[in-house]
Write a protein that binds this ligand. Structure first.
Ligand code: FES
Length: 132
Protein backbone atom coordinates (compact mmCIF):
# COMPACT_ATOMS: atom_id res chain seq x y z
CA UNK A 1 0.00 0.00 0.00
CA UNK A 2 1.39 3.37 -1.03
CA UNK A 3 2.20 5.89 1.66
CA UNK A 4 -0.16 8.86 1.37
CA UNK A 5 1.28 12.27 0.55
CA UNK A 6 -0.44 15.10 2.38
CA UNK A 7 0.20 18.80 1.83
CA UNK A 8 -0.42 19.47 5.51
CA UNK A 9 -0.94 17.67 8.77
CA UNK A 10 -2.98 19.35 11.49
CA UNK A 11 -2.39 17.97 14.97
CA UNK A 12 -5.18 18.66 17.44
CA UNK A 13 -4.57 17.92 21.10
CA UNK A 14 -7.18 15.67 22.62
CA UNK A 15 -5.12 14.74 25.67
CA UNK A 16 -7.05 13.78 28.78
CA UNK A 17 -5.95 14.26 32.37
CA UNK A 18 -7.63 13.34 35.60
CA UNK A 19 -10.24 15.78 36.83
CA UNK A 20 -8.72 18.50 38.95
CA UNK A 21 -5.26 18.32 37.40
CA UNK A 22 -3.71 21.79 37.71
CA UNK A 23 -2.90 22.03 34.00
CA UNK A 24 -6.30 20.84 32.86
CA UNK A 25 -6.44 19.18 29.47
CA UNK A 26 -7.61 19.73 25.92
CA UNK A 27 -10.12 16.92 26.13
CA UNK A 28 -12.15 18.69 28.81
CA UNK A 29 -11.82 21.97 26.89
CA UNK A 30 -13.27 20.51 23.70
CA UNK A 31 -10.32 19.10 21.74
CA UNK A 32 -12.22 16.09 20.40
CA UNK A 33 -15.05 18.29 19.13
CA UNK A 34 -12.53 20.60 17.45
CA UNK A 35 -10.94 17.68 15.65
CA UNK A 36 -14.32 16.28 14.61
CA UNK A 37 -15.34 19.66 13.18
CA UNK A 38 -11.96 19.92 11.43
CA UNK A 39 -12.50 16.60 9.69
CA UNK A 40 -15.96 17.64 8.54
CA UNK A 41 -14.71 20.98 7.31
CA UNK A 42 -11.84 19.39 5.39
CA UNK A 43 -14.39 17.24 3.61
CA UNK A 44 -16.72 20.18 3.00
CA UNK A 45 -14.06 22.31 1.32
CA UNK A 46 -12.51 19.47 -0.68
CA UNK A 47 -9.23 19.07 1.22
CA UNK A 48 -9.77 15.50 2.25
CA UNK A 49 -6.73 13.56 1.06
CA UNK A 50 -4.65 16.74 0.98
CA UNK A 51 -4.78 17.77 4.64
CA UNK A 52 -4.84 15.25 7.46
CA UNK A 53 -6.54 15.95 10.80
CA UNK A 54 -4.47 14.08 13.35
CA UNK A 55 -5.20 13.41 16.99
CA UNK A 56 -2.35 14.52 19.23
CA UNK A 57 -1.38 13.91 22.80
CA UNK A 58 -0.31 16.82 24.96
CA UNK A 59 1.47 19.51 22.95
CA UNK A 60 2.67 21.14 26.18
CA UNK A 61 0.60 24.30 25.72
CA UNK A 62 -2.19 23.19 28.04
CA UNK A 63 -2.79 26.56 29.66
CA UNK A 64 -3.53 28.09 26.23
CA UNK A 65 -6.73 26.12 25.72
CA UNK A 66 -7.29 23.62 22.93
CA UNK A 67 -4.05 23.58 20.98
CA UNK A 68 -3.38 22.67 17.38
CA UNK A 69 -0.31 22.88 15.19
CA UNK A 70 -0.18 22.89 11.40
CA UNK A 71 2.73 21.24 9.62
CA UNK A 72 4.90 21.67 7.64
CA UNK A 73 4.85 25.39 8.41
CA UNK A 74 4.59 24.82 12.20
CA UNK A 75 1.90 27.36 12.94
CA UNK A 76 0.58 26.95 16.47
CA UNK A 77 -2.93 27.91 17.46
CA UNK A 78 -4.33 28.06 20.97
CA UNK A 79 -7.70 28.43 22.59
CA UNK A 80 -9.33 26.95 19.52
CA UNK A 81 -13.06 26.29 19.67
CA UNK A 82 -15.34 24.54 17.21
CA UNK A 83 -16.50 27.98 16.09
CA UNK A 84 -12.94 28.83 14.99
CA UNK A 85 -12.45 25.79 12.81
CA UNK A 86 -14.12 27.05 9.64
CA UNK A 87 -11.95 30.18 9.69
CA UNK A 88 -8.78 28.14 10.16
CA UNK A 89 -9.74 25.82 7.32
CA UNK A 90 -10.80 28.50 4.86
CA UNK A 91 -8.16 31.10 5.69
CA UNK A 92 -5.10 29.00 6.48
CA UNK A 93 -5.54 25.53 5.07
CA UNK A 94 -7.12 26.58 1.78
CA UNK A 95 -5.93 30.15 1.37
CA UNK A 96 -2.57 30.01 3.12
CA UNK A 97 -3.31 33.02 5.36
CA UNK A 98 -2.67 32.28 9.02
CA UNK A 99 -5.40 33.15 11.53
CA UNK A 100 -3.23 35.51 13.52
CA UNK A 101 -5.80 36.19 16.25
CA UNK A 102 -5.51 32.53 17.35
CA UNK A 103 -1.75 32.10 16.98
CA UNK A 104 0.25 31.42 20.10
CA UNK A 105 2.88 34.00 21.02
CA UNK A 106 6.61 33.54 20.51
CA UNK A 107 6.72 31.60 17.25
CA UNK A 108 10.18 32.83 16.29
CA UNK A 109 10.58 30.12 13.64
CA UNK A 110 7.92 31.92 11.56
CA UNK A 111 9.72 35.25 11.48
CA UNK A 112 7.26 37.82 10.16
CA UNK A 113 5.42 35.31 8.01
CA UNK A 114 1.65 35.38 8.13
CA UNK A 115 1.11 33.27 5.04
CA UNK A 116 2.07 29.91 3.66
CA UNK A 117 1.15 28.08 0.49
CA UNK A 118 -2.47 27.88 -0.59
CA UNK A 119 -3.91 24.49 -1.50
CA UNK A 120 -6.23 23.95 -4.41
CA UNK A 121 -9.24 22.02 -3.11
CA UNK A 122 -10.46 18.99 -4.99
CA UNK A 123 -14.04 19.53 -6.10
CA UNK A 124 -16.42 17.30 -4.18
CA UNK A 125 -18.33 14.87 -6.34
CA UNK A 126 -21.88 14.59 -5.09
CA UNK A 127 -22.27 11.37 -3.16
CA UNK A 128 -18.51 10.95 -2.85
CA UNK A 129 -17.93 12.93 0.35
CA UNK A 130 -17.78 11.12 3.63
CA UNK A 131 -17.58 12.40 7.17
CA UNK A 132 -15.59 9.53 8.63
S1 FES B 1 -3.37 18.83 27.20
FE1 FES B 1 -3.49 19.79 25.25
S2 FES B 1 -1.64 20.88 25.08
FE2 FES B 1 -1.47 19.80 26.95
Amino acid sequence: MAVPSFDRHVFVCINERAAGHPRGCCKERGGPAVRDRLKKELTRVGLRGKVRANKAGCLDQCEQGVTMVVYPEQVWYGGVTVDDVTEIVESHLVGGKYVTRLMLDDQAHLGDATEGPAIEPTPIVKGDATTE
